[in-house]
Ligand binder design. Structure first.
Ligand code: SF4
Ligand code: SF4
Length: 233
């Protein structure tokens, strides 16, 4: 039986395990964006040219080997100083290719980003929140979304904040007197929230420890609006 071993993923996984052991930060391979590095096939530098070849795909058909080359090359620069500077940068990048970033995982209880950003929501996100509370799509949209549809119709708006200040906390953010916070609708949170990467995050609450567990409190409880008729599913 043929077995394919993804060597890049394998090496990244090994580095992640060592990093977790050293720092106590939980890590998963999905957190590491290794794909762009996988597809850079060649970088050539001479005195006047920088040529970067990437996304080269090799497919096998019957016994013949067919190479489908998808190339995007940045070529030609008549400033030798600039070209040699690029060379230094590329060498540095190669040298530090496998360095771990400072913050590969959120310290439990951080959630600083739940105040500084506005997660955009799709119709599917709104429906998930509606299902979570057992209310209709329309009620969820009205109560929890600042409606601002995107031009392509994918996003319908962003999650409301506790005040009109866009930098205030997300309506679903819950916190404790210990200064730790958590999402009150974690399993139903928008895709934007789940996909938000902590790698390189500068908003991290540095007072929190990565190796200290935090047990979230009660989930967000929806306040019934007396004046509005709720549609139960
Ligand atoms: S570390 Fe960054 S991404 Fe993670 S919860 Fe804190 S602010 Fe958000
Ligand atoms: S839905 Fe949850 S994860 Fe998303 S911004 Fe609000 S509190 Fe944070």
């Amino acid at each position: 039986m043929e077995q394919t071993i993804d060597l890049i993923a394998h090496a990244a996984m090994r580095d992640l395990r060592a990093f977790t052991k050293r720092t106590g930060q939980p890590t998963t391979l999905e957190l590491m964006d290794v794909a762009p590095m996988e597809h850079v096939t060649e970088i050539e530098i001479d005195e006047e040219h920088v040529t970067i070849t990437y996304n080269e795909k090799i497919t096998h058909r019957y016994n013949a080997k067919e190479i489908a080359k998808k190339e995007w090359s940045y070529k030609y620069n008549d400033d030798p100083e600039f070209v040699s500077a690029i060379g230094v940068v590329i060498e540095l990048a190669r040298k530090h290719l496998r360095d771990m970033p400072e913050n590969a995982a959120c310290p439990p209880g951080c959630a600083e980003c739940c105040s500084g950003y506005e997660p955009f929501v799709s119709k599917a996100d709104v429906q998930r929140i509606a299902d979570h509370f057992g209310i209709s799509y329309e009620v969820a949209l009205d109560e929890y979304v600042v409606q601002r549809p995107s031009a392509d119709g994918f996003s319908v708006g962003y999650l409301k904040k506790v005040t009109d200040d866009i930098a205030s906390q997300c309506v679903f953010l819950k916190g404790s007197s210990s200064g730790r916070y958590y999402c009150g609708i974690y399993s139903a949170r928008p895709h934007d929230c789940g996909a938000f990467t902590p790698i390189g995050c500068e908003d991290v609450d540095v007072a929190l420890r990565h190796d200290r567990a935090f047990v979230p409190g009660l989930p967000f409880k929806r306040k019934e609006r007396g004046s509005k008729k709720k549609v139960r599913r």
